[in-house]
Ligand binder design. Structure first.
Ligand SMILES: O=P(O)(O)OC[C@H]1O[C@H](O)[C@H](O)[C@@H](O)[C@@H]1O
Length: 544
């Protein structure tokens, strides 16, 4: 993928960027000055069809951008990206391709991995999802007592859950198929018990989604759900379908009576919402055509990402700005603040996408990373966020923000204008003012009322929250994540960092099983702290 011995932090352009970051500390580069420059908005924003990206309130000048484009060139990002979308095995640690982009390709062109055109199986799964969702909607496929399905319980965690939840929330206004969607992700029994109170088992379809079909939480929840359905006198087989990778323990074939939709080893969990992982629940919830429109939006952003030259390439420009903020200006966190409640689950999805992909300690050639890769991502919708953590954003530790605005809301507003403006106009007044306040700041004799300003943000604008635009937004963040990794020269497609905790949990599970089967089993051989917690679990209360 990259030449051996390559380290981005050792390149001359990296050093030039370091020196430039020092220069950018000078007062004349304070954002309150930069945003006054003629043509700032036009020169520091990009538009691609329905997607507008404004970086005029980032701490960058033309020189910064030129250096960042040089950095992208040195990192050979365009070649790496083309290798990825063409099916090269860019996930070198797992010897896999990374082809989430193929899940929304409609070009008719082959994409080959090991000489096999993956589009054939992707197309077959698309047809299967379409047919299945139509049969559920017309009642041909129904529960074991003949009732139409009205509740869908998605059983999955991490990448087999977060993307679907984000899209389902974003497109709630389009969910007119009479389906209620529930997410059983956490092994915490509260999650399961709460869902039980909300569903009618006879009209409930469970979708077990797990690429590996070994994830402990998902397997436990699937078993709980199966036992519950059986206890309700239902034939559980008729109430379950699975989404899993070919050949996994859950891929039991037609004879099991459970319909299986395949996902593939070349699509990573956190990149999988445009595959059957999102496709099965979302086509049931929204209808297949709307899921398809969502894919169209993602595809269109993929094409832009692949072909647009660096200065016009929106995901690349935002990845470069992210690296500038992180590695050169020293910001360690990034907030995602949509001024649109339907995007309330965007931040948790982007959090996994970014932090699991780019929270790495070695480069693709196994060199220890000597600059940080990945930042802490968090977020909540505005204006709610303003009334919780924005104090820190304005006067405490600064962190860059992605603001997201939607021009036309999903529901038409009535004529009521509480302060002379509609609620949507009020929302926008806040969206605009927050970015300005962060950038400009405010002088004051009173120290507690002083605002330093110079706090960077970008603003993404969408015409509306249609399935197509939600697809564009998703693909934008996916591409931005991948471009960042390609600049840092890390592999964004593996996640070995999640393994250690799971291994320790396996050991503890064995201990708990031993005590469950033998009440005399002692935890005496364990360390004091672990022993304390295990004893409390079995004692059922804190020590007196
Ligand atoms: O889809 P599954 O195999 O059940 O995996 C579910 C999730 O668990 C893993 O621990 C990883 O952290 C995620 O990347 C993955 O999406």
């Amino acid at each position: 993928m990259a030449e051996k011995g390559f380290r981005i932090s050792k390149t001359p352009v990296w050093k030039k960027l370091k020196a430039h970051a020092e220069e950018m500390k000078r007062p004349e580069y304070h954002l309150k000055q930069l945003i006054q420059e003629d043509g700032r908005m036009e020169g520091f924003s990009l538009k691609h069809v329905d997607f507008f990206y404004d970086f005029s309130r980032q701490r960058v000048t033309r020189k910064t951008m030129d250096l960042l484009f040089e950095l992208a060139k040195v990192a050979k990002v365009h070649r790496k990206y083309r290798d990825k979308v063409d099916g090269c095995k860019v996930n070198v640690t797992e010897n896999r391709a990374a082809l989430h982009t193929a899940a929304r390709s409609f070009s008719g062109q082959s994409i080959c991995v090991d000489g096999v055109n993956v589009m054939d199986e992707i197309d077959a799964v698309r047809r299967q999802m379409k047919e299945f969702s139509e049969k559920v909607h017309d009642g041909t496929v129904c529960g074991s007592t003949g009732k139409k399905f009205r509740h869908i319980v998605v059983i999955g965690i991490g990448g087999s859950y977060l993307g679907t939840e984000f899209v389902a929330n974003a497109l709630f206004a389009y969910a007119d198929k009479g389906m209620e969607l529930h997410f059983l992700s956490n092994v915490d029994s509260h999650n399961f018990e709460t869902i039980k109170t909300k569903i009618d088992p006879e009209s409930t379809l469970c979708i077990v989604i797990s690429k590996s079909f070994t994830t402990v939480e998902t397997m436990a929840n699937a078993q709980q759900m199966k036992a519950y359905m059986t206890s309700c006198g239902l034939d559980a087989v008729k109430h379950f379908v699975t989404v899993t990778s070919k050949g996994s323990p859950g891929d039991k074939g037609k004879e099991s009576g459970i319909e299986t939709f395949h996902m593939f080893d070349f699509i990573g969990g956190r990149f999988s919402v445009t595959s059957a992982v999102g496709g099965v629940p979302l086509s049931l919830y929204l209808g297949y055509d709307r899921f398809n429109q969502f894919l169209e939006g993602a595809r269109e952003m993929d094409i832009h990402t692949k072909y647009a030259p660096s200065p016009e390439n929106i995901p690349l420009v935002s990845a470069l700005i992210g690296i500038w903020n992180n590695n050169f200006l020293g910001y360690q966190a990034q907030a995602v603040i949509p001024y649109a409640s339907p995007l309330s689950k965007l931040a948790p999805h982007i959090q996994q996408l970014n932090m699991e992909s780019n929270g790495k300690s070695v480069t693709i050639n196994n060199y220890e990373i000597d600059q940080s890769s990945g930042v802490i991502i968090f977020g909540e919708p505005g204006t709610n966020a303003q009334h919780s953590f924005f104090q820190l954003a304005h006067q405490g530790h600064p962190f860059p923000i992605d603001f997201i605005g939607v021009i036309t809301p999903q529901y038409p507003e009535g004529g009521c204008r509480p302060h002379g403006v509609s609620n949507h106009q009020e929302l926008w007044a806040n969206l605009i003012s927050q970015a300005t306040a962060l950038a400009v700041g405010k002088d004051s004799e009173e120290k507690t009322r002083f605002f330093q300003g110079n706090r960077p943000s970008s603003t993404i604008l969408l015409n509306d929250l249609s399935p197509v635009n939600v697809g564009r937004l998703l693909a934008y963040y996916e591409a931005q994540t991948v471009y960042k990794a390609f600049i840092w020269d890390i592999n964004p497609f593996d996640q070995f960092g999640v393994e250690l905790g799971k291994t320790i949990a396996n050991d503890l599970r064995r201990e708990i099983v031993a005590r469950n089967t033998n009440p005399e089993h002692s935890f005496g051989h364990m360390d004091e702290i672990t022993r304390f917690y295990l004893e409390r679990l079995f004692a059922g209360r804190l020590p007196l």
